[in-house]
Design a protein around this ligand. Structure first.
Ligand code: SF4
Length: 351
């Protein structure tokens, strides 16, 4: 495989051209609208000779992004309708999102927050805004869990992360701190001992959701980063976006989910792609997603099964959307097994 190498993050169409990743003149309009960012680790994974390369598809801008469909929206999951103070999204009673930054190490072309992240995005919370966000958590005893997302919280320096964690440590009703991040995959060298200590500095139970979409992303360097975190006591879970042309086969999903489990990452979310502007070329139908998830169930260990979810547009939260395997029938139930066979329950016909 002919791989391109670079030692810097590619941030512009000119950078892409210099790296030999694109010679298209019509991408400037895309890059003006949506940030570009590709780390050396992801450049090294791309195969420039493959026009359908699943890594390139996630990160290289495309003119298809300029096609906005009527159902797409700038805030597809309704963050802004549940934001009582800047940086906080309080959608469910017992947990909040804390979005301290809207910067990422890479800019995924399918991003659900693409209108909020990047240089033209919502930026980083100022010190008074961060104070107000932490105060909000402290003032709401029902908040059991804080989820640091963004943007990518792991772009913060270990010092800034540690400072924030130490402030969360002082909130007794807060028991769980969860990070959602692309960093261990796209910039694994950043996950050093100092960063790992900072992630744990709240003293709370710490979870970290690794965002990866294709088994090739689980490189030896990424796996070493996962191991540094699990060895320190961070519980790892996964999140994957189901994407046309990236991971829309049962073989690819099975390899990815097994790869997570082999690295002590519990598969968690398989997201149906959101209605973010200019992302129709990534979206499958829900029926296609359900068929893939059913095939996965029939194929690999229960440890490897993610929850297939849809974020309901408008801010109504997540709903599991796998096809049901049980339905009422003849006063009892009809249950589908892993091979697609159906069975009556209870078997003797009594309820
Ligand atoms: S890392 Fe997450 S928030 Fe950032 S561009 Fe990718 S999907 Fe969006």
């Amino acid at each position: 495989m002919n791989r391109t190498t670079t030692s810097k993050v590619l941030k512009s169409v000119a950078d892409l051209k210099a790296a030999g990743l694109s010679d298209r003149a019509d991408l400037d309009a895309v890059a003006e609208k949506y940030a570009v960012g590709i780390t050396p680790a992801m450049v090294a994974l791309m195969d420039p000779a493959d026009p359908d390369d699943p890594i390139a598809r996630q990160f290289l801008p495309s003119v298809e992004e300029l096609q906005i469909t009527p159902e797409e929206r700038a805030d597809p999951i309704g963050d802004l309708t549940h934001s009582p103070v800047d940086g906080i999204v309080h959608r469910y009673p017992d947990r909040v999102l804390l979005k301290a930054v809207h910067v990422c190490p890479v800019y995924c072309r399918f991003c659900f927050r693409r209108e909020m992240v990047g240089p033209q995005g919502l930026g980083t919370l100022t010190a008074p805004q961060l104070d107000a966000a932490v105060d909000y958590i402290a003032q709401h005893p029902e908040i059991w869990e804080v989820i640091l997302t963004g943007g990518d919280p792991l772009v913060l320096s270990p010092r800034r992360l540690r400072d924030l964690m130490e402030r969360l440590a002082a909130i007794p009703h807060l028991r769980i701190v969860r990070f959602h991040t692309r960093v261990p995959v796209v910039e694994p060298e950043r996950v050093d001992a100092e960063l790992v200590r900072a992630l744990l500095a709240s003293g709370k139970t710490t979870y970290l959701a690794v965002h990866a979409n294709h088994p090739r992303e689980l490189t030896p360097a990424a796996c070493a980063a996962f191991a540094r975190m699990t060895a320190a006591g961070i519980a790892l879970i996964s999140q994957t976006v189901l994407l046309r042309g990236v991971n829309d086969t049962v073989e690819t999903l099975a390899e990815l989910m097994r790869g997570f489990v082999e690295n002590r990452i519990r598969p968690y979310y398989l997201h149906h792609p959101d209605l973010a502007p200019g992302t129709a070329h990534f979206r499958l139908s829900i029926a296609e997603g359900q068929a893939l998830v059913a095939a996965l169930r029939g194929r690999i260990s229960g440890l490897c099964q993610p929850v297939y979810v849809l974020d309901i547009p408008g801010g109504h939260g997540k709903a599991p959307i796998a096809a049901p395997t049980i339905e009422p029938a003849d006063g009892g139930f009809s249950v589908r097994d892993w091979q697609g066979g159906t069975h009556r329950y209870p078997p003797d016909g009594t309820v």
